[in-house]
Each structure stands twice: as structure tokens, then as C-alpha cells.
Ligand binder design. Structure first.
Ligand SMILES: [Zn+2]
Length: 430
């Protein structure tokens, strides 16, 4: 939210976000609350007792810094802890609280999600705090939560309750909230696959991939070229987020324009609202002025250089594939014919391998290996066009989901060698 945004804009933005959280299944009709502190110090917060699935901007009450109140409805009963957080952290402009299932699961077993196995998500979520139980709506709860925020946490697990996150802006806060819940789901899936979490420690210790520096092109790249491709790439990025394949804050898509020339989505920008003008272009190792390419762009370039047949790449962290990537378990994609035909093999490579040795990593890809899973990082799916790379990502995630669901039914029995050979003869005749 822009600090200079008008009152109706702020109220509409809060209502729209609450509807989005509800539609995404991350709150119930009565649960959760969202607030914004505007540039005048007014706190706008969702009202008590209204339908979260149909909230409108004019229903949002406001509390001005001079103590006056405006609005037709009483505020959320959790206003005290929102106020306490803002008092503790002058840098924050938005607070989101809700009861999404995976984070509630952590809160009722009284554990703090350890994001060290998910460095990209850890970078979005910031430091994770833990507030012991207190009665909802009471000042004590506000003090406990605000204490964690004052200590520098941006996301807090509320014991036997749920979570609360802060952000500089509303967009910042929602990306943190969605990424935090997604990470919790991944960690629960990884646990189901036998992953034992490391001893609890600070998520600050999570290894961060060094972002490669791309020199700016001199003279500037002609960015008028590739206009239609920018539209195509932005639309596919939004679709990836909408289909739940890439949380809005995580993931990178690219599309080849020439031999050593490709468009790539930026880092730190929400995929679910990505516009063509936010897309970066890298030609012969230089980037056009404008958005900073995503950190995965270096690996994408290496793959394009290694294989002229690759026209598009999607790097993503869908929930069930990430459970495998965190647990260090290679998914056996000989589940149904379609999975084997699209994925062939899905190797699991060590964490950090795309950046540590991008040429060696790129050479793994080819006809026999169009997609690769990287430990703690996600899937790299390639294709002869953007739709094929996306389809391959979808098929891989559906396969991972089936593998996890099937575990409670019995042992998986993959398609046998003879059946694979028959698929090979029919679909990949040499
Ligand atoms: Zn609550």
C-alpha cells in the first residue's frame, strides 16, 4: 500500500485482500483480521462479525491517531495486538492474522517452523517468533506478540492459536503470510516422507544463494522486441501462482528469444500480479536496464546455452514436490504413463548445485531428462515452448501429490521395465 493512498483505496485494498485470503482457504468466514497503518497514523482494520468472503471497503473502520473513530462496524476484537505491534515497530505498515491449517498445526504441537531447509521462503518470511498462549483480545496477548516483533521478528507463531505477520506494506505482508503457510505445508509433507527436522535454530542461518550480478547492456538492449513474449511470460507466471504451482513470492519463469537472449521474471516481485513491464531481459550475459532478474536466471542461461532445443524454463516450489526436495527423497515418476512420458526421470540434485556449477547442472538436461529437482530449491522444468515447461511442472506436482497420498494406502508399485520399454517404443521411437 502506497503511503499516499487515499482512505477509500486503503479500505478497498484491505477488503480485497481479506477476500483473497478467504478464497485461498486460509481463513474461515469469521476468523482472521487484517490492518493497515496509513501515513497519518490511522489504523484501518477489518470489522468484527462481518463475512470475510464478501467484505467491502466501506465496512472497514478506522482509528485515527487523535483517538477518534470512524466506521459503521465495531473493529476486530484483535485490535489490541495489532496496535501493540505497530507501537513496537514503527517500520511496519500492515499486519495480517489468520488461522491457516498448516501453521495452526505447528501452533497446536507448540513448534516453530524451521525454515532452514527452505532458504528462499526463509528470506521472504524473515525471523520467526513464538508467542506463548494468552486469551484472544486481551492486552496480555498483545504484549507477548509485540515483544517478538520488537525483537526483530516479522512472523510469529501464536501458541494454540495460529500466526500473525507484519510487513512494510500490505503486499509485503500478504507475500510473507502466504509464503509462511506454504512453507509450513511443505515441512509437514517432508515429515510425512520421513524427513527429520534439524535441531531448532535461527532461520537467519539459512544459506542464501548469492545473486549473480548482470552488467547492464551498453548500448541498452532494444526492449521493444519480445513484446508478445513478455505478455505470454507474464500470463504464465500469473497462471503458475493461480494454480498453486508457485507461491506468489517464489519461482522464476523464462522464455528464450534468441541463441543467447531470453526474458526472465524478476526476483522479489509477486508472480500472481506480474505485468509484462516487470519482466527482465538478458542478452549475451547483459541485462536491459530495469527489473533485476531472479537469482535462478544464471542457471536458466546455462541451460539455454547447453541445449538449443530448450525454449522455456520454469523454476518453482510447488508444495508436494518441495516435500520431496526437503526430505531428500527422489520421487519415482513411473506412476502413470503420462508422468513417465513427460518427465522420463526426475533426478534429485544436491542443494546449491545450479549456482555452484551451472554448466554441469545444465548438462543434466536433455531429451531423457527434461526436468530436475534440486534439494531445498525446487523443480527446474524445461520445454520446447512455455506451455510444455508449465505442463511438465504440473504433471510433476500431480505425481508428487499422488505419491504422498498413496503412501497411506500401501506401497507404490511402479510401471515395470517392460511397460516402460513399450512406452519408449511408442512415444520416443529412435
Ligand atoms: Zn485468531
Amino acid at each position: 500500500m502506497n503511503r499516499a493512498a487515499s482512505e477509500p483505496e486503503v479500505r478497498d485494498a484491505i477488503a480485497a485482500l481479506m477476500r483473497r485470503v478467504y478464497r485461498a482457504g486460509m481463513t474461515t468466514t469469521s476468523g482472521g483480521n487484517i490492518s493497515v497503518r496509513d501515513g497519518n497514523g490511522t489504523i484501518w482494520i477489518t470489522p468484527a462479525g462481518r463475512d470475510k468472503g464478501a467484505l467491502r471497503g466501506e465496512e472497514i473502520p478506522g482509528f485515527h491517531a487523535d483517538g477518534t473513530y470512524e466506521g459503521r462496524h465495531p473493529p476486530s476484537s484483535e485490535l489490541p495486538f495489532h496496535r501493540a505491534i505497530y507501537a513496537a515497530r514503527p517500520d511496519l505498515g500492515a499486519v495480517i492474522h489468520a488461522h491457516p491449517a498448516a501453521l495452526v498445526a505447528f501452533s497446536i504441537v507448540r513448534q516453530r517452523p524451521d525454515l532452514r531447509d527452505l532458504p528462499e521462503a526463509a528470506a521472504v518470511c524473515g525471523r520467526i517468533g513464538y508467542a506463548t498462549y494468552a486469551t484472544p483480545g486481551e492486552e496480555e496477548l498483545g504484549m507477548l506478540i509485540a515483544g517478538e516483533f520488537r525483537a526483530g521478528c516479522d512472523a510469529v507463531i501464536m501458541e494454540n492459536h495460529a500466526t500473525v505477520v507484519g510487513g512494510k506494506t500490505l503486499e509485503d505482508a500478504i507475500l510473507r503470510f502466504e509464503t509462511f503457510e506454504h512453507a509450513a505445508q511443505v515441512l509437514i509433507g517432508a515429515r510425512a516422507l520421513g524427513h527429520v527436522a534439524a535441531a531448532e535454530g535461527s532461520p537467519d542461518q539459512a544459506p542464501r544463494a548469492a545473486r549473480p550480478d548482470w552488467p547492464e547492456a551498453q548500448p541498452p538492449v532494444n526492449s521493444v522486441l519480445g513484446e508478445a513474449e513478455r505478455e505470454e511470460l507474464a500470463a504464465m507466471a500469473r497462471r503458475c501462482a493461480a494454480q498453486g504451482l508457485a507461491p506468489a513470492a517464489l519461482g522464476c519463469l523464462s522464455l528464450r528469444l534468441g541463441a543467447d537472449d531470453f526474458l526472465v521474471t524478476p526476483g522479489g516481485v509477486a508472480l500472481n500480479t506480474l505485468q509484462p513491464g516487470q519482466i527482465a531481459r538478458i542478452r549475451e550475459g547483459s541485462r536491459e536496464p530495469g527489473p533485476e532478474p531472479h537469482a535462478a536466471a544464471a542457471a536458466h542461461r546455462a541451460i539455454y546455452l547447453a541445449d538449443p532445443g530448450t525454449a522455456a524454463i520454469v523454476t518453482a516450489q510447488p508444495r508436494d514436490l518441495m516435500a520431496f526436495a526437503v526430505a531428500g527423497v527422489k520421487p519415482d515418476v513411473r506412476t502413470i504413463p503420462e508422468s513417465w512420458i513427460l518427465l522420463r526421470d526426475l533426478p534429485l540434485l544436491p542443494a546449491g548445485s545450479p549456482l555452484a556449477d551451472s554448466d554441469g547442472f545444465a548438462r543434466r538436461f536433455g531429451r531423457e531428462c527434461p526436468a530436475v529437482l534440486v534439494r531445498n530449491e525446487g523443480i527446474y522444468s524445461t520445454g520446447a515452448c512455455l506451455l510444455e515447461a508449465f505442463d511438465r511442472l504440473e504433471v510433476a506436482e500431480f505425481s508428487a501429490r499422488s505419491l504422498i497420498l498413496g503412501r497411506s494406502l500401501g506401497d507404490m508399485r511402479p510401471i515395470g521395465e517392460r511397460q516402460v520399454e513399450a512406452l519408449r517404443r511408442k512415444f520416443f521411437p529412435s
